[in-house]
Design a protein around this ligand. Structure first.
Ligand code: PAF
Length: 286
């Protein structure tokens, strides 16, 4: 099936208006491109639940810090189009930064209206080392919601903090759509799929496997009845490859995002690790 590749907001809106007139259910899968099987699973889920599916591909400059990988982030629009076509997405919306944010704007809150998620949700986990990141995510996602006006929007659980923040945004701002969380997709050896895995050398990839291994160990200890966070933390740390650098390993209640000292059901165990120059995240919810 042909997937329409559109770069303009006007063209997207035109298609959406026609679909809405026909009473069709619309699904949005927001991505930054470099689509892999994790994204494919989101698009498939959207196809199952909706009549029409829009995949946005936009490497969003306002969610990257000054020393982060905005310039080197993989841009693979030809392959992204193939993936969307194979699954049967209707539109890829791939705007330029100018199309999204206008010309001559400084991409900061000097010139631009931002969505600022609550401090309690951004001053932890990834938000601690990436100040402003979730303001940038929430802002672009709200813009995408306003452009596409989807009934459902699909996000991966790998970015568990992002998902939690966006669900709150939908509730707090009375947005008329439902967010559908989708499970993490992993390689056979356990590595969580990420567009950033392409940065890893063969040696680093081996080291990165200890990230999911440490989470699996926590899960199996929890199933054996060990709930004490410091014991679980120390065991996980002993499994992580010594050449990697742990940024955080945190245990939070996934109902309210508060830290727990004893793991119980619905605890998010989230980890961020630097492997060489690459920062990887992963998590499990037990
Ligand atoms: O998860 C991502 O790929 C991005 O943060 C998102 C949600 C597409 C916003 O740019």
């Amino acid at each position: 099936m042909d997937t329409l590749l559109l770069n303009n907001i006007k063209d997207v809106r035109h298609n959406i208006e026609n679909w809405k007139k026909d009473g069709l259910k619309i699904g949005l899968v927001p991505t930054m491109g470099a689509l892999h099987n994790g994204h494919a699973s989101l698009i498939k889920k959207a196809k199952e639940m909706c009549d029409k599916v829009v995949v946005s591909v936009f490497v969003n400059p306002i969610q990257f810090g000054p020393n982060e990988d905005f310039d080197k982030y993989p841009r693979t629009i030809e392959n992204d189009k193939k993936v969307c076509e194979e699954i049967g997405a209707d539109i890829i919306f791939a705007p330029s930064p100018k199309e999204m944010y206008g010309e001559n704007k400084k991409l900061s809150n000097i010139d631009l209206t931002f969505v600022c998620p609550p401090y309690s949700l951004v001053d932890c986990l990834c938000g601690k080392s990436r100040p402003g990141h979730f303001d940038g995510v929430a802002t672009v996602v709200l813009k995408l919601f306003n452009i596409v006006t989807p009934d459902y929007a699909f996000f991966g659980l790998k970015d568990a903090q992002q998902l939690f923040i966006l669900k709150n945004m939908v509730k707090d701002l009375n947005l008329n759509l439902t967010i559908i969380p989708c499970p993490i997709v992993r390689e056979d050896d356990g590595l969580a799929l990420s567009s950033r895995n392409t940065y890893l050398s063969a040696e680093e990839r081996k080291q990165a496997l200890t990230i999911s291994a440490s989470l699996r160990k926590i899960e199996s200890l929890y199933k054996q009845g060990i709930t004490d966070v410091s014991t679980l933390f120390d065991t996980a740390l002993s499994i992580l490859d010594k050449n990697t650098e742990l940024e955080y390993l945190e245990f939070r209640d996934y109902d309210n995002f508060e830290k727990v000292s004893n793991v119980k059901n619905n605890t998010l165990i989230a980890i961020a690790v630097r492997v060489g120059k690459t920062r990887l995240i992963d998590n499990i919810i037990v």
